[in-house]
Write a protein that binds this ligand. Structure first.
Ligand code: NAD
Length: 492
């Protein structure tokens, strides 16, 4: 594990010399003391990134050349995937097979953006048709400059790749600030890009607390673009900070996503996708389908089966064979989720399954997969993101009722529908006010497709070509093509 920051291609001790503890959520033991970067380190990193952008070779390379680095990074990640996954399990708590899948997705993200970097070479400019015949116009895309990335703890390296890969593909340089709860694989990424031969200063990694390292990054005048994933309150703060000097901002925030299940659905498939939609990664997924709406006639049977299957999920240390549900990421998150369940009960919800620490697991931030019912439409648990393995299940009368309930949220990240009637699926998919819609499934995510939310779930889109656009400026180049004078001032 790395105990230094990665700045300008060097491993440096934080300017103030501090550290913060990294805790294994399955054992509650401190496994490492990570370097605590502060404003001085952020300044050092931003200056390095600035220099690498303004004077370095990076943005002058062809897309194909940059793609070579991205592919090399992907290769190294894959060659170290088991080791990186194990680090992430100890850092975050997730089951090992999920962490391995995350590493494969991370490599996939770098490879995908390698392809888009090459496409930039193939389509360097786009001609624009003007109604005015004396002029010609074209559009070229320029890297936006130095990007600051601030990311959460739920998919530590994968969330980094969603920002680092498109930024590097575009020709930007970057300062990455991972979550203080899961800094370990981000530091490994420093070693990976070093091994890949990335020029110094192109990617800088500063671990540290939100207030001490994240805030100075958001404030730094040397940053052209801020890309943030995290909670709504922090996103709002970052947006306000960015407003001071009109920084370009993209935000991926929270969700309270609905999963609408019609009565014609296959019961087994419905139960499996509902569980995948909320218990995967301990429910610590921004797009988790945490509100399940079930057509009245199927509701009793589905609820019974869901409670029965959820109780069978094997809970334990993410490194133990067969674990399907690990601990929550931290004590703070654990207490927050328990408090939400308690509040749900106080406000009239019934705990149909789970709701407490599993028997025999006395250490670690473990919680049974939890199913809540009978909650009011205006209750906390129905309205607010819990970010844990807690699903609220509610019956609905008809399609109209389902759409109304699904869209009645300040969030709009994702939504899912299940039915054998494909026309109905398409209709409901269009009616959802959400940026990501799944039909007959929940959660599968692909680097080719745009990711992001409506309403308070964020601004902008990551992944796909939309993710690349976050790091590109659009420049029009217009030329006067006529031999005739312009004829405005010199009219004689
Ligand atoms: P958080 O907002 O607490 O922290 C996110 C990051 O912001 C961390 O790196 C943190 O150190 C930093 N930070 C905290 N205060 C800051 C400040 N004042 N200035 C700058 N940076 C600061 O969120 P979290 O608890 O790490 O993550 C959970 C949240 O992230 C959930 O709400 C979840 O929905 C959301 N999330 C969204 C997506 C998405 O794609 N939409 C993906 C994953 C997580």
């Amino acid at each position: 594990m790395r105990d230094r920051l990665f700045i300008d291609g060097q491993w440096v001790v934080p300017a103030e010399g501090g550290t913060f503890p990294v805790i294994d959520p399955a054992t509650e033991e401190t496994i490492f003391n990570a370097p605590a970067g502060t404003a001085r380190d952020i300044d050092h990193a931003v200056r390095a990134a600035r220099r690498a952008f303004d004077q370095g070779p990076w943005r002058k390379l062809t897309g194909k050349e940059r793609a070579g680095f991205l592919r090399r990074i992907a290769e190294i990640i894959l060659s170290r995937k088991d080791e990186l996954a194990r680090i992430e399990v100890r850092d975050n708590g997730k089951p090992l097979p999920e962490a391995i899948w995350d590493m494969e997705d991370t490599a996939g993200c770098f490879n995908f953006y390698a392809g888009l970097a090459e496409e930039l070479d193939e389509n360097p400019e786009e001609k624009i048709a003007l109604a005015e015949p004396r002029f010609s116009a074209k559009v070229v895309r320029d890297p936006i400059g130095v990007a600051g990335a601030i990311i959460p703890w739920n998919y530590p390296l994968l969330m980094a790749s969603w920002k680092v890969a498109p930024a590097l593909a575009a020709g930007c340089t970057m300062v990455l600030k991972p979550s203080e709860l899961t800094p370990l694989t981000a530091l490994e990424l420093g070693a990976i890009v070093e091994e890949a031969g990335l020029p110094p200063g192109v990617l800088n990694i500063v671990t540290g607390l939100g207030a001490d390292a994240g805030q100075p990054l958001a404030e730094h005048p040397g940053i052209d673009k801020l890309a943030f994933t995290g909670s709504v309150p922090t996103g709002a703060k970052i947006m306000a900070t960015a407003a001071r000097d009109i920084k370009n901002v993209s935000l991926e925030l929270g969700g309270k996503s609905p999963f609408v299940v019609f009565a014609d659905s296959d019961l087994d498939k419905a139960v499996e996708w509902i569980m995948f939609g909320i218990f995967w990664n301990q429910g610590q997924v921004c797009s988790a389908t945490s509100r399940v709406l079930v057509e009245e006639s199927l509701y009793p049977k589905l609820l019974e089966r869901l409670v029965e299957e959820a109780a069978k999920i094997r809970i334990g240390n993410g490194l133990a064979e067969g674990t399907l549900l690990g601990p929550l990421v931290s004590k703070g998150q654990y207490e927050k989720v328990l408090a939400a369940i308690e509040r749900g009960e106080k406000e009239g919800a019934t705990i149909a399954g789970g709701g407490k620490r599993p028997a025999g697991l006395n250490t670690g931030y473990f919680l049974e997969p939890t199913i809540l019912t009978d909650m009011a439409e205006d209750s906390f648990v129905w309205k607010e993101e819990i970010f844990g393995p807690v699903v609220c299940v509610k019956p609905f009368r008809n399609e109209e009722d389902a759409i109304r309930l699904a869209n009645d949220s300040r969030f709009g990240l994702a939504a899912a529908i299940m039915s054998k009637d494909r026309a109905r699926c398409e209709r409901v998919a269009k009616a959802f006010r959400a940026g990501i819609v799944w039909i007959n499934c929940s959660q599968p995510t692909f680097p080719e497709a745009p990711w992001g939310g409506y309403k308070q779930s964020g601004i902008g889109r990551e992944l796909g070509r939309w993710g690349l656009s976050n790091y590109l400026e659009t420049k029009q180049i217009t030329a006067f093509e006529s031999d005739e004078p312009w004829g405005w001032y010199l009219t004689d």
